[in-house]
Design a binder for this molecule. Structure first.
Ligand code: 5GP
Ligand code: ZN
Length: 189
């Protein structure tokens, strides 16, 4: 990882409220902990049981996570979502994961939201979706697809620790960003 990227991570770690929760400097309603992952209740829950699942090591966005940590984190999210389904009697569960302020990320420490839902609880606004011409959809898929290579579990590299490695520290974007023209917005999810 380039020194400047490490500097950015270190600086954001110093201010990080979730790192302070993990270290015990700030109290939180913990529901789960293992050697790599910590889970606690959101202080402003959408519904009762709204849980945040975070890696103990400080990373800002998901693409920065080493593969083995990412795999363990999602395993814990899966485990807790099943347990929260049962414990809360939820009718449904949303898993949310925001990356970057533009995507609604307020706390710059990677986290998954597990949000129990009740039928018709109207607890969250529907997404603002658009219609798109199928031909344009195909073009976008071709443009995006040519930058992607298949990965399989046998080719995922496991690191021996959870520090940022050069390989995983920064998502590489090949080619130009793909733009989607919005038209005929609807509010149905
Ligand atoms: P984001 O918008 O970054 O995806 O979500 C951050 C979440 O962290 C928010 O839902 C917010 O309520 C929660 N949060 C922020 N500060 C604290 C805190 O000090 N304690 C707890 N338990 N949750 C927090
Ligand atoms: Zn942190």
């Amino acid at each position: 990882m380039a020194q400047t990227q490490q500097d950015v991570l270190n600086a954001s770690k110093e201010q990080c409220i979730f790192c302070k929760i993990i270290s015990g400097d700030i109290s939180a309603a913990k529901i789960y902990e293992d050697d790599k992952v910590f889970a606690f209740l959101d202080i402003n829950p959408v519904n009762a049981g709204h849980t945040l699942v975070v890696p103990k090591d400080h990373y800002i966005v998901l693409p920065q996570l080493p593969d083995d940590l990412a795999m363990h984190l999602i395993k814990v999210v899966k485990y807790l979502s099943g347990a929260i389904f049962e414990m809360t009697g939820a009718h449904g569960i949303n898993i949310y994961q925001n990356n970057g302020a533009a995507a609604g990320q307020e706390v710059p420490h990677v986290h998954f939201h597990i949000i129990p839902r009740r039928q018709d609880d109207n607890a969250m606004s529907p997404w603002n979706r658009s219609k798109i011409d199928p031909e344009q959809l195909k073009q976008i898929a071709e443009e995006m697809g040519k930058n992607l290579k298949p990965i399989s579990s046998s080719t995922v590299k496991l690191s021996s620790n959870t520090s940022v490695s050069k390989k995983t520290s920064k998502p590489k974007r090949k080619g130009k960003p793909v733009k989607v023209k919005r038209r005929n917005s609807t509010n149905s999810p």
